[in-house]
Design a protein around this ligand. Structure first.
Ligand code: C5P
Length: 225
């Protein structure tokens, strides 16, 4: 039973500047995408990675991952949901025996192997969908349209969600077939079709590199190690 990971990296998001897709932004000379893909494969629990790239940059992204023969690049779609769907559609040909599928953000390039293994193990244990989470450390308020506070949310019951999210492959297929519309979070699609989502422990290092500040932090941490 093999495990395949999907990495939607077809966004043109240029919030980090650098004039290129975020996934290709280098951290100490190596792109987020290369680091994230190598991290998945070197966890020892992922045999194949399918990356969705901007359709006009498939060659560039393929070259970026040339050192990882287990990584395959497909053209992505208009929205993240389309890109995941297209990567999922490529699985029967690329990894016909895959029973577990992970969906991972390239921007979480420093996710420890222990988190990846924990997600795979929970799916193999029978959970249809699994997400790594962390407790929420900020106080969270609910506000109205005017920005005035309506309530203070009980944060002991809140969790911040990371990736990789893991699924029994048939469950993710069904969620994508039935859910139809756009989602920021794949496990949310499983919830919508009534599926149970289990949580496992995430890790602070699995943070999403979103801003120039995050990038600078990652560079300085790497420079010290
Ligand atoms: O733009 P946003 O940050 O929401 O994108 C989240 C992730 O989805 C990014 O990794 C991005 O590359 C990916 N994405 C994609 N296909 C799109 C849009 C976004 O794979 N059409």
């Amino acid at each position: 039973m093999s495990v395949v990971a999907l990495v939607p990296a077809a966004g043109r998001g240029v919030r980090l500047g650098a004039g290129r897709p975020k996934a290709l932004v280098p951290v100490n000379g190596e792109s987020l995408l290369l680091r994230a893909t190598r991290g998945l494969l070197s966890s020892g629990r992922v045999q194949r990675v399918v990356v969705a790239a901007p359709p006009d940059q498939v060659e560039l992204v393929t070259a970026e991952l040339a050192e990882l023969p287990a990584a395959h690049v497909v053209p992505g779609g208009a929205e993240r949901t389309d890109s995941v769907r297209l990567a999922l559609d490529a699985v029967p040909e690329l990894a016909p025996d895959a029973r577990v599928v992970l969906v991972h953000d390239a921007a979480r390039a420093f996710t420890p192997a222990s988190v990846i293994r924990g997600v795979v193990e929970a799916v193999e244990d029978g959970a249809p969908a699994v997400i790594p989470v962390l407790p929420v450390s900020d106080t969270v308020k609910e506000v109205d349209e005017a920005g005035d506070v309506v309530a203070t949310v009980d944060r002991s019951r809140l969790r911040a969600v990371q990736t990789p999210q893991g699924f029994a492959i048939d469950v993710l297929r069904q969620a994508y077939a039935e859910a139809g519309d756009i989602a920021t979070d794949d496990a949310g699609l499983v919830e919508r079709i009534g599926g149970k989502v289990r949580t496992v422990e995430g890790h602070p290092d699995a943070l999403k590199i979103t801003t120039a500040f995050d990038l600078a932090v990652a560079e300085s941490v790497l420079a010290r190690s």
